[in-house]
Design a protein around this ligand. Structure first.
Ligand code: SF4
Length: 166
């Protein structure tokens, strides 16, 4: 059965936008209460909703709105800048033939998402495994989800010709 995220991408992106605005509006209050305290309260709700709607794997570094509301961690290879070269002709996964490729779904959904669809081409840093099983919403507010490993450079910004000469 198709996930809700595969059926209603446009509705889900609007919901995400509203939730993000509310999170930033509440941020000063959340900071006062304490991020870890609030995390204990919201994490079960966040987990339940995301598991059922997106098949969330709790990476703690949510990029759903940049990937057509299709969870990249559904990809058995955990690619954050997919797809791999093994997508089947019918758009299904190389590793799990019963499943549609998370990146094919991401591409199709992004076409129906006027607010965030263009973000699909953004290059995502490697997932930080230390954030696993923490609240992605709290990580968004504290900014830890934006930290990238020291020395990491998006490959598309590397001048390959120049690097080859050096
Ligand atoms: S990107 Fe991470 S936090 Fe977002 S739905 Fe997928 S596993 Fe969950």
């Amino acid at each position: 059965m198709a996930r809700l995220s595969q059926k209603y991408p446009s509705f889900l992106e609007k919901t995400y936008q509203a939730a993000e605005r509310a999170a930033w509006a509440l941020n000063p209050l959340i900071a006062k209460i304490g991020y870890r305290r609030v995390e204990r309260l919201i994490k079960p709700v966040e987990d339940f909703a995301k598991e059922h709607i997106f098949g969330c794997h709790h990476c703690g570094q949510c990029i759903l709105h940049s990937t057509g509301m299709s969870c990249p961690m559904e990809c058995p290879k955990n690619l954050r800048n997919g797809p791999c070269g093994g997508v089947r002709a019918d758009g299904h996964c190389e590793v799990k033939p019963d499943m549609r490729c998370a990146w094919v779904v991401a591409y199709e959904n992004a076409q129906q998402m006027p607010i965030y669809g263009h973000e699909l081409i953004e290059i995502q840093p490697p997932v930080d495994r230390q954030l696993e099983n923490t609240s992605a919403w709290i990580n968004l507010l504290t900014g830890v989800d934006k930290q990238v490993p020291a020395g990491w450079v998006p490959i598309a910004s590397i001048d390959v010709a120049k690097s080859a000469k050096e």
